[in-house]
Design a binder for this molecule. Structure first.
Ligand SMILES: Cc1cc2nc3c(=O)[nH]c(=O)nc-3n(C[C@H](O)[C@H](O)[C@H](O)COP(=O)(O)OP(=O)(O)OC[C@H]3O[C@@H](n4cnc5c(N)ncnc54)[C@H](O)[C@@H]3O)c2cc1C
Length: 354
């Protein structure tokens, strides 16, 4: 078994890990960043919307601009909100971030899986593209390995609660610049969406599998309704899905010299499911904190943890609270009331009320 030593080992090359690897390498650290996927960024498991502040990262992957969000309540009433953002080709988005990391000097390795962590010896066992086992020693490990983090499991941390999603790509039959959101008891623990992506649309639903038998039937009903209305064509051009953490951020993002970012840290918004921006921001800051720590600032990792709590905790805690409130109402008469969903969705002032 080969043994290599790095200042920073990054597990996972989604937006969180790639941003962390870039920042650490730019600061002059030796970085190994691995991902188990054969091709980085693929298959895409995303509706592909990013908020405007992600514009710098989105440029190489930009598909179209979004101006608003239409939120549809159970009665059929619609709320239109300004909600500017960008639709990206998520595979290209992730690949561009990984290329940046590589250009900054990080060693970027696909098809490489974290098998085991020996925190005492600060060593990870990795299985590489040809099945060979390698050991990598690290001073700091950045856990960017998504909602079902292997690193968290190795440390004995509890798994994050998640909702499941299912999404189809369909031909879009008319130009669209809004995202559409459906709030309904048909999608308990989540919502339905249509995100336009040029000539196609990502149509999906998220729901809590404790509350629905499966996601296929409600998604196919939504797609059929949209096809009947002439919004989308009937042929399914692609299928995807995946888990979204909905329990809010981990109590601590730092465990000795291990730093959690993005979905692995629980930074995804538990109501909207958005997590790309928080993954990039936390990843970059973790890479910078690693450099500061190894440069002699013994408090840099704790400061990172505090900064992330300051930045994300309030909005995530409100979302967790609203989610719990909604969880008590799904499949009850309240779940058919517009008023319930106004309190549970970010487009309405009721969501932000005390
Ligand atoms: C259907 C769906 C739609 C979504 N739509 C949006 C959206 O429109 N906008 C938005 O902002 N967010 C969206 N999200 C959430 C968003 O995709 C995530 O928040 C984001 O990907 C988090 O980035 P990350 O880098 O933390 O984790 P990930 O992107 O999940 O990356 C983790 C990486 O770690 C790798 N990995 C895992 N375990 C190991 C291991 N043991 N060894 C090596 N590698 C490993 C994985 O292969 C993966 O590439 C959506 C999620 C889903 C499921």
């Amino acid at each position: 078994m080969n043994m290599n030593a790095f200042d920073v080992l990054v597990i996972g090359l989604g937006p969180g890990g790639a941003a962390a690897a870039s920042a650490a390498a730019r600061a002059g650290l030796s970085v190994l960043a691995i991902d188990k996927r054969r091709k980085l960024g693929e298959p895409v498991q995303c509706a592909e919307f990013v908020p405007l502040p992600m514009g710098r990262y989105a440029r190489p992957a930009l598909v179209q601009k979004i101006t608003g969000m239409r939120s549809v309540l159970p009665s059929g009433a619609c709320q239109h909100s300004d909600f500017p953002g960008l639709m990206v080709d998520r595979a290209r988005f992730d690949q561009a971030l990984a290329t940046e990391a590589s250009k900054a000097g990080a060693l970027v390795q696909a098809q490489t899986v974290l098998k085991e962590l020996d925190q005492g010896r600060r060593t990870a066992v990795l299985r590489g593209p040809n099945g060979q086992l390698e050991q990598a020693c690290y001073q700091i490990l950045i856990a960017a390995d998504g909602p079902h983090s292997t690193v968290a499991r190795s440390l004995g941390l509890p798994p994050l609660p998640v909702v499941e999603t299912r999404q189809y790509r369909l031909p879009l039959l008319r130009p669209y610049t809004d995202t559409d959101i459906w709030l309904s008891d048909q999608y308990p623990g989540g919502y339905g969406w249509l995100f336009p992506r040029g000539a196609v649309a990502n149509v999906g639903i998220g729901a809590d599998l404790k509350l629905v038998a499966d996601l296929k039937a409600p998604l196919e009903r939504l797609c059929a309704d949209l096809a009947d209305q002439g919004v989308v064509g009937p042929e399914v051009l692609g299928r995807t899905g995946g888990a979204i953490p909905v329990g809010g951020m981990r109590a601590s993002l730092v465990h000795e010299n291990i730093v959690f970012v993005g979905d692995a840290a629980g930074l995804t918004h538990p109501i909207t499911g958005a997590g790309i921006a928080s993954a990039v921001v936390s990843g970059e800051r973790a890479g910078q904190a690693a450099a500061a720590f190894l440069g002699g600032d013994g408090e840099a990792l704790e400061s990172f943890d505090e900064d992330m709590h300051d930045e994300f905790e309030d909005s995530l805690a409100r979302a967790v609270m609203r989610r719990q409130w909604l969880m008590e109402r799904w499949h009850t008469p309240d779940a058919h009331l517009d008023a319930t969903h106004k309190r549970g969705w970010i487009a309405f002032r009721e969501y932000f009320a005390a």
